[in-house]
Design a protein around this ligand. Structure first.
Ligand SMILES: Cc1cc2nc3c(=O)[nH]c(=O)nc-3n(C[C@H](O)[C@H](O)[C@H](O)COP(=O)(O)OP(=O)(O)OC[C@H]3O[C@@H](n4cnc5c(N)ncnc54)[C@H](O)[C@@H]3O)c2cc1C
Length: 394
């Protein structure tokens, strides 16, 4: 059990332990209040069984990062109109409904009502469903389907500005576009709460620090690399509840400092399955097909296509502006009762119901940058798990 909100705020911060001790240890000796004051309840986080022997899989995936942000323009390839919808970095799931709304509107503006979607990841599936909702007949063409797409290897959090573009590209026009996509996605996700299997849910997430003054990121001396854009706090601050602090003595993780945020989480196995099943139920067709160049689209009957090939667009369209950003997850046996996330020493823990997720996230967004290797790194996976396990070794 945890404190009621007012009391939580009162107890927040380094002085909280002292205050709790004072209230707990004494009674106030007046006639009106001659009774002991009950000890303040602490925040009890259910004990996580984190150990390397419980790892069930180590997955590696590539984020399709573009310095200028996602590609959403329209291109003519022979008689075909191609609407691009790729390059969402570490935000593909988070922005999918908003980004695909833009792509869908552009596709429908061609007046075609028989439309092909190339790709069956986060962007392809949401594009296909939105087209169906607008009355179009849709066929998905893809080399691979979930769970064998890159989207299925994501962390599964609503992170709409994660590696979305570089700061220089975050012009007022881009910010407006991004904010629209993010808000629309956020609202759409609210309609997917409380469904069987919990494809989407909210979780509490705790940033844990040994020293509350230590910066989350260490500045790198002489670092001249361009910064990644950070937009969420500036433009979407109203969408998430305020953070709440817990000082030592007010929680079950020892002499540490906790900051609680609220995050939206995607249980991607059931979520992707639901999107696929909805698409098929609405009459959607799927054809397994690999394209080697845009000229291959000539074989398709549809004249309007949405290109949602993600990192695949780099080879298919020769788009060298896509930079791979490697990310690795260690997956672990789910544990009932673990419904909160953690962030400690640059390791993230996400309590997905379809397998717990541990991830070294590095010092900054350059972690994994320009790295398209896909070999799992067992040492990194164990480091992630052992770092989180430290929190429960008290
Ligand atoms: C480690 C990691 C963690 C992440 N965590 C998050 C997160 O928590 N939240 C979030 O919002 N985002 C996250 N992301 C980012 C997110 O996963 C991507 O932005 C998103 O998956 C991109 O989806 P997509 O549909 O564009 O591409 P993909 O999922 O790669 O789908 C592409 C589709 O196109 C098909 N295709 C590709 N090339 C061809 C071809 N030549 N011919 C035919 N078909 C083709 C593929 O088979 C596939 O069906 C994460 C990424 C990584 C790597």
């Amino acid at each position: 059990m945890e404190n009621p909100i007012g009391r939580r705020r009162l107890l927040a911060g380094a002085g909280a332990a002292l205050l709790v001790g004072a209230l707990d240890g004494c009674s106030i000796d007046t006639l009106a209040t001659r009774r002991r004051i009950a000890p303040a309840p602490t925040l009890e986080l259910a004990r996580l069984r984190a150990s390397p022997d419980r790892i069930t899989a180590i997955t590696v995936c590539t984020r399709p990062f573009r310095a200028q942000g996602p590609r959403l323009d329209v291109e003519r390839v022979g008689p075909k109109t191609i609407v691009h919808n790729y390059g969402h970095g570490g935000s593909g799931w988070s922005l999918s409904w908003g980004s695909s709304t833009i792509a869908t509107q552009k596709a429908l503006a061609t007046d075609e009502r028989d439309i092909g979607v190339i790709g069956c990841g986060a962007l392809g599936l949401t594009s296909a469903l939105l087209l169906q909702r607008a009355g179009a007949r849709v066929t998905i063409y893809a080399k691979d389907l979930p769970p064998n797409v890159r989207s299925s290897l994501a962390t599964g959090l609503w992170t709409p500005d994660s590696r979305i573009c570089l700061e220089d590209s975050a012009t007022p026009a881009f910010k407006q576009l991004w904010e629209g996509m993010a808000r629309q996605s956020f609202q759409t996700y609210q309609t997917l709460l409380g469904l069987p299997g919990n494809p989407v849910e909210f979780i509490d997430n705790y940033l844990v620090a040994d020293d509350p003054r230590a910066p989350r990121r260490q500045p790198v001396a002489g670092d001249t690399r361009p910064k990644f854009a950070e937009l969420q706090r500036e433009l979407l601050g109203d969408l998430t509840p305020d953070a709440v602090d817990f000082g030592p003595g007010t929680h079950s993780l020892g002499a540490r400092y906790l900051k609680r945020n609220t995050l939206m989480m995607f249980n991607l196995s059931v979520y992707a399955r639901m999107l696929l099943s909805d698409f098929r139920t609405n009459g959607g067709q799927i054809e397994i097909k690999e394209f080697h160049s845009p000229a291959d689209f000539a074989s398709l009957p549809q004249r309007t296509l949405i290109n949602a090939t993600g990192y695949g667009a780099r080879a298919l369209f020769g788009d060298q502006s896509i930079t791979p950003v490697r990310g690795q997850l260690a997956r672990m046996i789910p544990q009932p009762g673990i419904d909160y996330g953690l962030f400690y020493k640059r390791v993230s823990f996400v309590p997905r119901r379809d397998g717990l997720v541990f991830q070294v996230v590095g010092n900054d967004e350059y972690y994994g940058f320009d790295d398209d290797t896909s070999t799992p790194n067992r040492a990194e996976a164990e480091l992630a798990v052992n770092t989180i396990a430290e929190l429960f070794s008290i």
